[in-house]
Design a protein around this ligand. Structure first.
Ligand code: PHE
Length: 513
């Protein structure tokens, strides 16, 4: 049977047969002056006919580091020192003077001296009380190391496998002197199969393959001289890389749908928030550690924020100072309005639900109020695989009469059930603004793991009183981490994936969830 191959494939086959040994793909591509990718796709044709193939091999390469390159150009320190002595025609020199004249760093100078001694070019004596070095040889031929160094001039990198035993020990010396770096690389080796070695080129016919017929070919009838490239109709079409909705946004939309279906209304609030809504209204004392610079991003521009109605600000102040009419003793310190005016990047969306409480008072709203907010928050955190300095919270409140912790647990269980988590667990927690407070975790069966999702609780009277909310009206509140859900939801291990845009993964995501 005759084999039909494209001209390019025949050319490569000829070269391989002539070489009669395996060849490194990158070198062959260079030799044939063709692109590496083109070469490899040509090799695919050889594989198809079982004429050849390629294997992968790990190779170690050695190159000089910056210090090594400097020595290659300007000589090793021992040579520099020797030249200095020869140039000034001195046979003997004070050790410290030589150090000064050499302009070498002290440790390099010592290396130079020690090698000069090893080469038996100099001697050193302290006999007269003076530390001296003197030449003890007449000839100073190139050392093996210097000759070897020159090899890097021709080839910046040297393959470890091509080195002789002597060279290996020189490499060892260079390594000890910290002048080289080693890198590992995978290279492809192209070979001929037995069939490929045996087949005679004369038995191979050139395949003239075309994928299009021109009108000229039709009218001249020359199309008959060509083979039409077969089409594989089962092959998928090219991948379309159209824009998509980011996975986090898809998740946000899904969560939004769940809260809407549970009768909640969405609220939004500013990212640049006052310390008042972020902390003071939440009954966090002004010396609370969460307010510190290392936890919170404070802004210089704008430096201060507008506060709500004066009487409400004073009502919040009273809570801090003495508990106002709530029956609480407050924190018992002098509250400072200037601290409350400071601007911050919102550290939690609880600031936004606080704004809803202010609105409740302002509009004289009626219970029940059920609102949620899914939005970005910022904290001065060290970023790692489970922490980000900016992330998203799923926040919500229910303002209603006689609602209890059981209602809150029921609500959160229902939400997580709709998200696909069947088990949730709540543990006592602490937040300055809720009493009781709960930490919420959900069970993620794929990892057989409990994941901490965030906090929740019932707002303390010190938080609700300034906004006219008193027993039996209570406010259930929660703030959960969106990315915490996103990790198991999308099977990721690293929270940063949602912000660094790993394109390969994003492209695999469906357009809409
Ligand atoms: N604001 C809290 C946080 O950021 C969560 C929380 C919200 C806790 C509402 C209790 C009530 O972690």
């Amino acid at each position: 049977m005759t084999i039909k191959l494209k001209k390019q494939v025949i050319d490569i086959l000829k070269v391989l047969k002539k070489k009669s040994s395996d060849v490194v793909a990158a070198e062959l591509a260079k030799e044939l002056k063709i692109d590496y990718i083109v070469l490899m796709s040509t090799i695919n044709d050889l594989i198809e006919y079982d004429l050849g193939g390629f294997k992968e091999e790990e190779i170690y390469q050695i190159s000089l580091n910056n210090e090594g390159i400097d020595y290659l150009k300007n000589g090793l320190p021992e040579r520099k020192l020797l030249n200095l002595m020869l140039k000034s025609k001195i046979k003997e020199i004070n050790f410290d003077n030589l150090l000064k004249q050499s302009n070498l760093e002290e440790d390099i100078f010592y290396i130079g001296i020690s090698n000069l001694k090893k080469n038996r070019w100099i001697g050193q004596s302290k006999a007269t009380g003076e530390n001296k070095v003197y030449l003890i040889s007449e000839e100073f031929p190139q050392t093996e190391l210097e000759k070897f160094l020159k090899k890097f001039e021709e080839n910046c990198v040297i393959d470890y496998s091509t080195l002789s035993k002597d060279h290996l020990s020189l490499i060892e010396t260079l390594n000890r002197r910290k002048l080289i770096k080693k890198t590992r690389k995978t290279q492809r080796i192209i070979y001929l199969t037995e069939k490929g070695k045996k087949v005679s080129i004369s038995k191979i016919e050139e395949l003239k393959q075309i994928s299009k017929i021109s009108s000229e070919m039709l009218s001249l009838g020359t199309w008959k001289n060509y083979n039409l490239k077969p089409f594989d109709v089962t092959k998928p079409g090219p991948l379309l890389k159209a824009g998509k909705i980011h996975p986090l946004i898809n998740l946000i939309n899904e969560i939004r749908e769940i809260f809407l279906s549970m009768g909640f209304t969405e609220i939004r609030g500013p990212i640049i928030e006052s310390a008042f809504y972020c902390f003071d209204a939440l009954y966090q004392p002004q010396d609370h550690p969460a307010r510190e610079m290392q936890d919170t991003f404070y802004l210089n521009n704008p430096k201060t924020a507008k506060l709500p109605e004066k009487d409400r600000v004073l009502a919040v102040r009273d809570m801090h100072e003495n508990g106002g009419e709530s029956g609480s003793t407050g924190w018992d310190y002098k509250w400072d309005i200037e601290i409350a005016k400071k601007t911050v990047l919102r550290t939690h969306t609880t600031a936004t639900t606080m704004r809803r409480l202010a609105e409740f008072y302002r509009n004289n709203d009626k219970v029940p109020v059920k609102v949620f907010c899914i939005d970005r928050v910022f904290r001065n955190e060290k970023v790692d695989k489970s922490h980000l300095a900016e992330f998203t919270q799923i926040e919500g409140i229910v303002i209603d009469d006689n609602v209890t912790l059981c209602d809150l647990i029921g609500l959160l269980s229902e939400f997580y059930r709709k998200m696909g988590f069947k088990k949730i667990i709540t543990r006592p927690g602490f937040f300055p603004y809720t009493e009781p407070s709960m930490e919420v975790s959900v069970y993620y069966d794929k990892f057989d793991e409990w994941l901490e999702m965030g906090g929740s609780g019932i707002f303390r009277p010190e938080v609700t009183y300034p906004w006219g909310l008193k027993e039996p009206t209570r406010v259930l509140a929660w703030g959960q981490g969106l990315e915490r859900i996103a990790i198991p939801y999308y099977g990721r291990k690293d929270i940063r994936d949602f912000y660094i845009n790993p394109l390969n993964w994003l492209r695999q995501q469906s357009y809409l969830k």
